[in-house]
Design a protein around this ligand. Structure first.
Ligand code: NDP
Length: 275
């Protein structure tokens, strides 16, 4: 008998996760199935409960349900608690465990696939929504020299920076700051991460071209298309990467949580890129 896993989202038809997990299962010889489930916008918790009753062992969660997944978890990992969002659920006999693998997915891509040592680097994180929250703690744990959160609604970036500099976190307020795009004048960063939803609408946030330091890496969490942000960064001389490898790396971490086996990501990334 195969163990059942799924991804819940709305919309969900576009999801690459079933393919990624099928490739991981084949590679590691794990007996499992992984399906995409469209949860009604007002029926996420009921969909998850039904899947669990039918014997589901775990699930991934994507837009727009990550906060609801956090709320329905009985126990949260430290990174899920910090993010306030859950993308990986593990169903135990009497409890639902909530975790967030987005941040480790990003950090593994940056360090492993892109060869970037984050220690001592100046990082600009664009956006203050779920994706930005999810990656903040794993990024800060790599000890960058600076992490500036910039957001269209500046107050949300300031709030996020102040939250992660507060009690319970060991990051100095001096290195972690937040603000609006106007605060970027005259500042340079080694890594600029686009965690906004601007690319989805074909928009480019108002970044100064001089924001990229020499040799900087521009990273767009969106994947599957050349975004205005990456085109702009390339024009400014930055190295560019999209979020496809992050997607595969966060899936690998979820697979490891569920199965205790760490799949190799490189062959899966190569297959997805070729497709
Ligand atoms: P949210 O809706 O939670 O947050 C959106 C953020 O984008 C907000 O900070 C918002 O600013 C900002 N924003 C939206 N439009 C614009 C614009 N035109 N100009 C400037 N800022 C803008 O979305 P998520 O955080 O959940 O997702 C963000 C992106 O990350 C999506 O593209 C998603 O696909 C991607 N992602 C990729 C993953 C991967 O594995 N590769 C994993 C998770 C997410 P404001 O606060 O002012 O509204």
């Amino acid at each position: 008998m195969s163990d059942r896993y799924a991804i819940f989202g709305n919309p969900i038809a576009h999801s690459k996760s079933p393919r990624i997990h099928a490739l991981f299962a084949a590679q590691t010889g794990q007996m499992l199935t992984y399906e995409a489930i469209l949860a009604p916008l007002d029926g996420f918790a009921a969909s998850v409960a039904a899947f669990r009753r039918e014997g589901g062992r775990g699930a991934n969660v994507t837009v727009p349900f990550k906060e609801q997944a956090c709320a329905l978890s009985d126990r949260l990992s430290a990174r899920a608690e910090a993010a306030g969002a859950v993308n990986t659920l593990t169903f135990e006999a009497d409890a639902v465990l909530g975790d967030n693998t987005d941040g480790v997915g990003l950090v593994n891509d940056l360090a492993g696939n892109l060869g970037l040592d984050l220690a001592g680097r100046r990082i600009l994180l664009m956006g203050a929504g779920g994706a930005a929250r999810g990656v903040l703690l794993p990024l800060l744990e790599k000890a960058p020299a600076e992490l500036f959160i910039v957001n269209r609604t500046a107050a949300k970036a300031e709030e996020l920076a102040s939250h992660f500099s507060g009690p319970g976190f060991r990051f100095a307020a001096s290195g972690l700051q937040g603000g609006g795009y106007e605060a970027l004048a005259g500042r340079r960063f080694d890594l600029v991460i686009n965690a906004t939803a601007a690319s989805l609408a074909g928009d480019l946030p108002p970044l100064p071209a001089a924001v990229f330091a020499a040799g900087a890496l521009a990273y767009d969490m969106m994947y599957g298309t050349d975004t205005p942000f990456l085109a702009f960064a390339r024009g400014a001389g930055a190295r560019c990467a999209d979020g496809l490898c992050m997607l595969v790396e966060q899936a690998a971490e979820a697979f490891f949580l569920w199965r205790g086996v760490r799949p190799q990501t490189a062959p899966v990334i190569a297959l997805l890129r070729a497709a």
